[in-house]
Ligand binder design. Sequence first.
Ligand SMILES: [Zn+2]
Length: 632
Amino acid sequence: MEIDYAQVGLKVGLEIHQQLNTRHKLFCNCKPELFKEEPKITFIRRLRPTQSELGQIDPAAYFEFQKGTKILYEADESTSCLVEMDEEPPHNLNMEAVEIALTVALMLNAKPVDEIHVMRKTVIDGSNTTGFQRTCIVALNGELNIKGKKIPIQHIAIEEDAARIMGREGSTVRYRIDRLGIPLIEVTTGPVIYSPKEAEEVAYTIGRILRATGKVKRGLGTIRQDLNISIKQGALVEVKGVQELELLPVVIENEVKRQLGLLKIRDELKARGLKEEHIKEEFVDVTEIFKETRCKVVRKAIEQGKKVLAIRLPKFAGLLRLELAPGMRLGKEMADRAKFWGRVGGIFHTDELPAYGISQQEVEKLRLAVKAEDNDAVVFVADTEENAADALKAVVERAKEAVRGVPEETRAANPDGSTRYMRPRPGAARMYPETDVPPIQISRDYIEKLRLRLPELPEQKLERLMKEYGLNRKLANQVLDSEYSELFEEIVKESGVAPTLVAATLTETMKALKRDGIEVWKVTDEKLFEIFRFVGAGRLAKEAIPEVITWLSKNEDKSVEDAVRSLGLYMLSDEEIERIVKETIEKNMEIVKQRGKGAFGPLMGMIMQKYRGRVNAEKVSRLLKELLEGFV
Ligand SMILES: [Zn+2]
């Protein structure tokens, strides 16, 4: 079903975060890089809820505090120092990052501020050792022109990136602080984007401008987009962490479908006569019913002395399993909430039972135990009594929200474009000044100097790519939108390989490989360079490039030479080609005698089928034609 986005009143605002490729981090001299090895340094902190200026305590932060959540930070010496560990005050703001941000600001026609003030923004999940993120606005009120429509850019800011989450074991969350302090530029648009397609165009245009500086990091996780999405009658939902530009329209479409679906559920509940107050926090201990169950999860829990608690959701039958958007259901949303607030592994609900080893008989006993009627749903959880009760409380809360419609919340993007519950939306006004870093004056002079040496605008680069390299508009556009646009020019200049081949490989081939699940980002620039050096020197056939990239992505510490050897892709010498062509003719004399010159097609086919990627097709063709002449 096509959605009429104008009719549903879709409004989207984008927040693009891009890591900058500076020499140092934002507030210290550490390398802005990630480490792969085992951490040399670890330390533990407890999460403490911090009050905002208005005295509000974030409910999610308070919850973590109550649960005694501990954070285990992992570090090494080359990517972090006492600043990241919050043992030393931050150094002065990195001016290289400021300059990149100002350059972007000018390209977006924004007005630089007179003085940059570093602020603290409360974060509650432990991803910052300090409990806040440092951020500063660099410019305001820019705009983009997309197909004649003005998209306001509310602000351009620089921020320190957060530590990256590595895992969660019990009440301990592991974060690695190598990423903490890497400079990020944040570009925020007004909420005036009205369709998924338009969001994609805006994101690509901003991406081009960021890359035009030549100072942004590339690869998985270096760009992250947050979205504010709302529809009429729905709610403002924040989706965090979309890592791929091409995923943006999918995420938006799914969110609109999800909200429309939730509105349908709201209407259905109303039609069934349900009121919020009918949903009661009455938990029933049903452990006895499942004593002999064949459901492994539940039985194991009971054996460990845990309880099975159940709750009746009046008039919800059939609505928990209703698919809102691909992979998204109300039942799943309740499960996400239960996992978050109850620390349970998941929930069971009657919309999906009998299943998972739970029998029809058990379901009937369960319904009886909670006095469920036909159009009621029953949800149950097997865990410690405390966790199970917390989980079911969260389910009740979510059920009540379903009566009201769409809840405001923060969701996280999954790699397939669906989203999951992350936390409640934090309240506003979470900023206060960072007193350890002095403000920085931005003089008119400095701005005018920057303005005089702005990088080539994307439109200009597009024309130049077409003119200088003979690319058609489509391919030139793809190069411009790819992470490899700079690498493209360097490779062409050095390897002497045809620009269209380099361009198509770095855009279409890489995209296709990625779609097939190949982790292309594991192949370094230097190796891509080397591949084209091989092609340029006639040591590797262009047809074999995808195979080599695939192999290298799986063998990160190996060279292109290794790939070529291991895959048996070394190019055959002219003598070998001659031998193969002669052999093929001899083996197929029947065809040659019958068809004369007409034997060229089938014989060429045979040779290429066997040696594609290892021979130069033109050479084979020339030689085969020559030799066939001799038989006519
Ligand atoms: Zn440091």
